[in-house]
Ligand binder design. Sequence first.
Ligand code: SF4
Length: 266
Amino acid sequence: MNIREVRCKSVLSDTELYGLDYSINPYTGCEHSCTYCYAVFMKKFTGHKERWGNFVDVKVNAPEVLREEVQKKENGSVLMSSVTDPYQPLEEKYGITREVLEILQENEFNVSILTKNSLVLRDMDILKKFNHGQLSAGFTINFLDEEDRKVWEPGASTIENRMEALRRLNREGIPTYVHVGPWLEGITDLDGILERVEDFVYEFQIENLNRKRECEVMKAIRKNYPEEEERYEEIMKDPSGQNERLEEGVKELRRKTNVPVRLFID
Ligand code: SF4
């Protein structure tokens, strides 16, 4: 793993993701190393040649830069994070996400955390300081089976650790949501995931698969789910059928639950 400490010029970036105003990425690169991760395009901007998951740039001055930016930019909603995981294991050592959250809370920005790591529990004290409606914390949960998790999200927390962390945040009064993204047709058990989490979430989100990592996704399918190969070859050629089936599936899900189900298709 190549870990570099770097200094950034800005940290509060405009975004249109999930209807939010800004995103903050305290790191470039991600130890979670997800096979389907679309953020791999960040390699182009940073000149990294290593495999995605084998490098992380730590933006050591991010809190300092953010303190200035919150004075200059309009108040708004912030996604933590869009192209990295704010609670990847290195965060335990560096605490950049923690400092960033403190600044956002002090300056009354709205924050939506999205992670695959139970390390978020470390910052419960800060999360509880946010005013009601100013913070939500979500876990990405795409699978229920650990074997699937190991194939697609080798560096992230186990499914059960995420489930337990979700329940704990919810018990502490933090508004929590679950994000299924990407939905992998034939592999992701949407009904099963919803059943496990619906008592602990104010919203259930689902996002389709984008094809930016076609090569890696197909490699994982051929190796681990050979019976799905034909289906995924079709999806990679033309995702419209898959997206229609997802829309149908979501309609069905909405009939079964009182939890709002939000669908993102890019
Ligand atoms: S946790 Fe998110 S940013 Fe990190 S590798 Fe996985 S998909 Fe990419």
